[in-house]
Design a protein around this ligand. Structure first.
Ligand SMILES: Nc1ncnc2c1ncn2[C@@H]1O[C@H](COP(=O)(O)OP(=O)(O)OP(=O)(O)O)[C@@H](O)[C@H]1O
Ligand SMILES: [Mg+2]
Length: 441
C-alpha cells in the first residue's frame, strides 16, 4: 500500500509537469501558426492585391480592419460580419493580445491577437482569433498522462506485492516450524532459505539459538537424572538399614546402625549443599569481592586445615586478586580434597604471577587424569571409574563447583600436563599492587 501510495504521488507529480509542458508546447504551436498567418497577410495589405476572402489554412478566423474600422478582408467564417474586436496595441507596440469570451461574431472563448499595420491613411489592424489553449494542452495529453500513470502504478505495485509475498513464504515456513518445535521436540531446525540475505541470517540465528537451547536442555535433563540418582542411592540404603533393624530390633546394634544412617544423612546433606551452591552460581549470585593477597590466603588456609599428606608449598607474595575469599577458599578446598584422595604421598601448592594473571596450582603425585578425561571431570556428577572403586564418598560435584567459581571471577580452571599425577591450574586476573586499596587484609 505504501508503495502504491508513493508511486501514485510520484506519478501525479510527473503527470502535472508533463501536462504543463504539453500546455506550453500547444500554446507555442498556436502562436507559430498565428505568426505564419501574419507573415502571409501583412505583405498583401502593404503591397496588394488584398483579396476580400482570405484562406483559412493555418488560422481559421482572420480579419483585416482598415483605419476607419471597416472590414477589408476576412476568412470565410467571418466574411460579411463586423470586426471581431476593437482593441489594438498602444503607441509604443505593434502587437496586442486579449482573451474575449466570445469575440463578436464568434462563439466560445478565443485568444485574439491584434497587429498594427501602418498604411498611408492611418494604421490598419489585422485580427487573428485562435482557440484558448488550456494549461494542460489538450485532452489527448490528459488521457496519455492518466493511462501511463495507471500502468506504472499497477506494474510497480504488482511487482512489489509479488516480491513481498515471495519473501514472506520462508518467514511463514520458519514460523510454522517454530510452532512444531515448541510442541514436539527441540531437535528439529527451521528451514534456511537460499535467497533473501536477512531472512537467511534470521533462520541461521534461530537454528544456532535452538542448538544452544537443546544442549542446555539436555545438560539440565542429565543433571536432574544424575542428581535424583545420587540422592536416591543413600536414601534406599538408609531405608533398607532401618527396615532391617525394625524387623530384628533385638539383634540390632542400634548405636552402630545410627552412625551408619547418620553417615548417609551427612552424604545427603553434602549433596544438597553442593546442589544449592551450584544453583546459586548458575543464577550468577553476586560475589562478595575484596582485594586479596592470593599467596597469603592460600598459606592461611593450608595452615588452618592441616593435611593427611605431605604438603609442599611455594607461595609468591603480593599476587593480588579481587575475589570472593570464601569461594576461592572453596576451590582450594575442593582441589586439596581431591589431591588428598589421589596423591601417593605428596601434594604441591604453588601461587605465582604471570604478567596480568594470578595463578594457583595444586599438584599431586598420584595416578593423574588421562588427557581425554580432563574436560569431562568438570561435568556435574562425573566420577572416573577409579574413584568410584576407591571411595564411595564423593558426589562428582566438587570440580564443577570449582570451575563455576573460577569462571564467575573471570578466570579459568584447567588440568594441565605434569611429570607425575594431576596438575590443576586456576587462573584469575591479577590486580596491580598500586590499585589495591585493602591489600593483605
Ligand atoms: N587429583 C586427582 N587425581 C585423579 N583424579 C581426580 C583428581 N581430582 C579429581 N579427579 C577425578 O575427577 C572426578 C571428579 O572430581 P570432583 O571433585 O568433581 O568429584 P569427587 O571428588 O568425586 O566428589 P566431590 O563432589 O566430593 O568433590 C573424581 O571423581 C576423580 O575421578
Ligand atoms: Mg572432589
Amino acid at each position: 500500500m505504501a508503495t502504491a501510495l508513493v508511486t501514485t504521488l510520484v506519478c501525479v507529480g510527473v503527470s502535472l509537469l508533463f501536462l504543463l509542458f504539453a500546455g506550453y508546447k500547444e500554446n507555442d504551436s498556436v502562436m507559430a501558426h498565428a505568426i505564419q498567418a501574419w507573415d502571409r497577410v501583412v505583405p498583401l495589405i502593404r503591397e496588394g492585391p488584398l483579396p476580400k476572402m482570405l484562406p483559412d489554412d493555418s488560422v481559421k478566423d482572420i480579419q483585416v480592419v482598415n483605419a476607419q474600422g471597416k472590414v477589408e478582408a476576412a476568412t470565410p467564417e467571418l466574411t460579411g460580419k463586423g470586426p471581431i474586436a476593437t482593441f489594438h496595441a498602444d503607441k509604443a507596440n505593434v502587437r496586442a493580445e486579449r482573451v474575449l469570451c466570445p469575440p463578436q461574431g464568434l462563439s466560445g472563448c478565443s485568444t485574439v491577437l491584434a497587429f498594427k499595420v501602418y498604411q498611408p491613411g492611418g494604421f490598419w489592424v489585422l485580427y487573428l482569433a485562435t482557440p484558448v489553449v488550456a494549461w494542460y494542452g489538450s485532452g489527448h495529453a490528459v488521457i496519455l498522462a492518466v493511462v501511463v500513470s495507471l500502468l506504472v502504478i499497477a506494474v510497480i505495485t504488482g511487482w512489489t506485492f509479488r516480491d513481498l509475498t515471495n519473501a514472506l513464504v520462508p518467514v511463514n515456513a520458519i514460523r510454522s516450524r517454530m510452532a512444531e518445535i515448541t510442541a514436539t521436540g527441540l531437535d528439529r531446525r527451521v528451514p534456511v532459505p537460499k535467497k533473501y540475505e536477512e531472512i537467511r541470517l534470521l533462520a541461521e540465528t534461530v537454528n544456532a539459538t535452538l542448538d544452544r537451547l537443546e544442549t542446555a536442555y539436555q545438560q539440565l535433563r542429565r543433571f536432574t537424572q544424575d542428581a535424583s540418582h545420587d540422592l536416591r542411592t543413600p536414601i534406599t540404603a538408609m531405608r533398607a538399614q532401618l527396615e532391617e533393624a525394625l524387623m530384628h530390633p533385638d539383634h540390632t546394634d542400634w548405636p552402630a546402625m545410627s552412625n551408619e544412617v547418620l553417615a548417609g544423612v551427612e552424604r545427603l546433606q553434602a549433596i544438597v549443599t553442593d546442589l544449592l551452591t551450584l544453583a546459586r552460581l548458575d543464577a550468577r549470585a553476586p560475589l562478595d569481592r575484596s582485594p586479596t593477597d592470593l599467596g597469603a590466603l592460600v598459606g592461611g588456609e593450608l595452615k588452618r586445615r592441616g593435611c593427611r599428606r605431605q604438603v609442599v608449598h611455594d607461595l609468591e607474595r603480593e599476587v593480588f586478586v579481587d575475589c570472593d575469599r570464601l569461594r576461592v577458599t572453596r576451590v582450594l578446598g575442593n582441589l586439596l580434597d581431591n589431591a588428598e584422595r589421589h596423591a601417593a604421598s605428596r601434594i604441591t601448592v604453588v601461587v605465582r604471577r604471570d604478567g596480568p594473571t594470578a595463578i594457583m596450582e595444586v599438584i599431586d603425585d598420584g595416578a593423574g587424569i588421562a588427557p581425554e578425561h580432563r574436560e569431562i571431570v568438570f561435568d556435574r556428577f562425573t566420577r572416573l571409574d577409579a574413584s568410584r572403586a576407591r571411595d564411595a564418598g564423593g558426589t562428582g560435584l566438587g570440580l564443577a563447583i570449582a570451575r563455576e567459581i573460577a569462571e564467575a571471577h573471570g578466570g579459568t580452571l584447567t588440568i594441565e600436563d605434569s611429570e607425575r599425577g594431576a596438575r590443576f591450574v586456576l587462573r584469575m586476573p591479577a590486580v596491580p599492587k598500586g590499585e589495591m586499596v585493602f591489600a593483605n587484609r
